[in-house]
Design a protein around this ligand. Structure first.
Ligand SMILES: [Zn+2]
Ligand SMILES: [Zn+2]
Length: 125
């Protein structure tokens, strides 16, 4: 399934979790604090769907394509992207840990399994 053939409708039926993770090690802030990520354009918190998309009020993007900027990085106008699957999996693990208490065990398991499958399938190398 290509990215463009993914259903745009019905995205609300998917399990989503807030995208919570820390900045990558190369970020200027040198912080390893887990934070919530907001979309700069619409100000909404970004959510991660079980299909590997990052969504907000205005955009749906595959997690590999999402660019991030924390306040510190904003000062130097730098952006970063998760370029390898392993750093994305670290980010996901952090988000999953943060969602553990809100998501039941069944949903958490379903979410993680689907997410891994979709990311591997959709990954553009
Ligand atoms: Zn940072
Ligand atoms: Zn947005």
């Amino acid at each position: 399934m290509s990215v463009s053939s993914l259903p745009k409708r019905g995205i609300n039926k998917l399990i989503t979790i807030p995208l919570k993770m820390c900045c990558p090690s190369q970020c200027a802030c040198k912080s390893n604090q887990i934070r919530t990520w907001y979309h700069i354009k619409c100000g909404a918190p970004r959510l991660l769907t079980e299909q590997g998309d990052v969504i907000c009020n205005c955009q749906v993007e595959f997690i590999q394509d999402v660019i991030f900027q924390c306040d510190k990085a904003k000062q130097s106008n730098t952006w970063y992207q998760h370029k390898s699957m392993s750093t994305i999996f670290i980010a996901i693990t952090q988000s999953l840990q943060a969602a553990e208490l809100v998501l039941g065990n069944d949903d958490l398991q379903k979410f993680s399994q689907n997410l891994m499958t979709f990311i591997v399938k959709r990954w553009k190398s």
